[in-house]
Design a protein around this ligand. Structure first.
Ligand code: FAD
Length: 407
């Protein structure tokens, strides 16, 4: 890899107006500057630049949709191959996290509570801790990482990579309280009563959308995000039907094929696929099949019963026909998106949501409750790691201003 990334870095044109950075990257990673430092063998400076701009840089180097973001906007890609920045970023960020020793900053007397240890919560924790705040993260699961730990399969993002952030948090003096759900025994009000000056909600979107059909409560039916939390605990058999064709569905199919399933078919109710083309290619490479134009009607003893969809010329879904197609399988896994759970809104007076259940925030990331900020999937609905980081940076800046420790 080392020789390859040096060659890649040497191909960078160091554009005056770098589209990779300005157009392609939601957190505007200073790509040409990072590559310049890398070429000068100033790896730690390059790593610091990446981390200061995006504490999740190492994660993003693995899981961002590079072909549509930084690499998809590289000018060299117009006529040939883009600079493979993700590999360069992975090398630099990996090395940086190995070598860096964060020091506990001078305390500023303010305390911050963070709900959720996903990429949004981790980003706010790191920014606020580096600004001198005392930070505690409340995480309902045993491990930090959110979707990085409990959603994205290990073969795409090794758990060890995510767990490296434990040390970062420890070095910065961030306390993590695992297995603690806010909105359960403890409420947001309790956090303020205990003297936290500001609260960040980074609870993600963990409530599976349902299909409104019969059969979803059968013992051989799962929702994709629940299945991915611990695939080994689910008996899926050899033939699996996946309802949905987004990125989560692709991860589910690929995981099922690594967990004993021999025949995995994904069903789209229209003529296309919503997952990114890279994910589709990998799922097909792993052996997943895709069927188009089938709308689920019910799940019965045999498996899913579909009705054939009516499709427009462009493949868009326009309705359903009377034609029924029964599929036999061992397990059905439903992956038709997620929304935030409502634990926090039900237990916090004044915490307003959109009709879709996402939290309403101001430009600075503040919710409708004073001092409570939010970002990530709980605000945007299911998006991506780098979008969660972008929102978290805005919210962290808003929190520091709210507490009077930044202008
Ligand atoms: C299967 C899957 C694959 C994906 N693949 C990619 C990918 O390849 N690339 C990419 O960029 N994006 C991907 N995404 C999307 C990306 O992971 C999310 O957009 C991102 O993780 C959102 O970050 P977040 O911090 O807002 O939420 P999350 O990562 O969901 O973290 C929220 C955290 O809050 C905790 N929590 C929730 N409620 C409470 C509560 N009441 N009290 C305490 N803790 C609570 C949860 O346990 C969780 O740890 C994927 C998503 C899924 C589901």
């Amino acid at each position: 890899m080392a020789i390859h990334i040096v060659e890649e870095a040497n191909r960078c044109l160091n554009c005056k107006r770098p589209s990779c950075q300005l157009k392609g990257c939601p957190v505007h990673t200073p790509i040409p500057e990072v590559i310049k430092l890398f070429k000068e063998r100033r790896i730690e400076e390059a790593g610091k630049l990446l981390f200061d701009n995006n504490p999740m840089s190492l994660i993003c180097s693995h899981v961002c949709n590079h072909s549509e973001q930084c690499e998809g906007n590289c000018v060299l890609g117009r006529k040939g191959n883009s600079v493979h920045f993700s590999s360069i970023e992975a090398y630099i960020s990996d090395t940086y996290l190995d070598r860096v020793e964060f020091e506990k900053p001078e305390p500023n007397g303010k305390r911050v509570a963070i709900i959720g240890a996903g990429p949004a919560g981790l980003t706010v924790a790191i920014i606020c801790a580096r600004a001198g705040c005392g930070v505690t993260i409340f995480e309902q699961r045993p491990e930090i990482g959110g979707v990085l730990e409990y959603g994205i399969p290990d073969f795409r993002l090794p758990k060890q990579t995510v767990r490296r952030f434990r040390k970062v948090l420890k070095d910065l003096g961030v306390r993590v309280r695992p297995s603690t759900t806010i909105g359960g025994a403890l409420l947001i009000d309790d956090l303020f009563l205990d003297g936290y000056d500001s609260v960040f909600v980074g609870a993600g979107a963990w409530r599976a959308k349902t299909l409104g059909i019969t059969g979803q409560a059968r013992g051989n039916v799962y929702f994709g995000i629940d299945y991915l939390v611990d695939p080994r605990s689910c008996e899926i058999g050899r033939k699996v039907a996946v309802i949905g064709v987004g990125n989560v569905a692709m991860d589910v199919a690929r995981t099922a094929l690594r967990s004993g399933a021999r025949e995995v078919t994904l069903y789209s109710n229209w003529g296309g696929i919503s997952a990114s083309s890279d994910e589709v290619e990998l799922a097909e490479l792993d052996g997943a099949q895709i069927e188009y134009g089938l709308s689920i009607d019910q799940i019965n003893d045999i498996g899913p019963l579909f009705r054939r969809s009516k499709l427009g010329e462009d493949g868009a879904f326009v309705g359903i026909t009377d034609e029924r197609i029964q599929v036999a399988c061992d397990t059905v896994i439903i992956c038709v998106s997620q929304v935030p759970k409502n634990k926090l809104t039900l237990t916090t007076r004044g915490l307003a949501t959109t009709e879709g259940g996402t939290l309403i925030v101001s430009e600075s990331g503040e919710t409708t409750v004073s001092g409570v900020f939010a970002a990530g999937d709980v605000v945007t609905g299911p998006m991506t790691v780098v979008h969660a980081v972008a929102g978290a940076k805005t919210a962290a800046a808003g929190m520091l201003r709210y507490m009077g420790v930044a202008d």
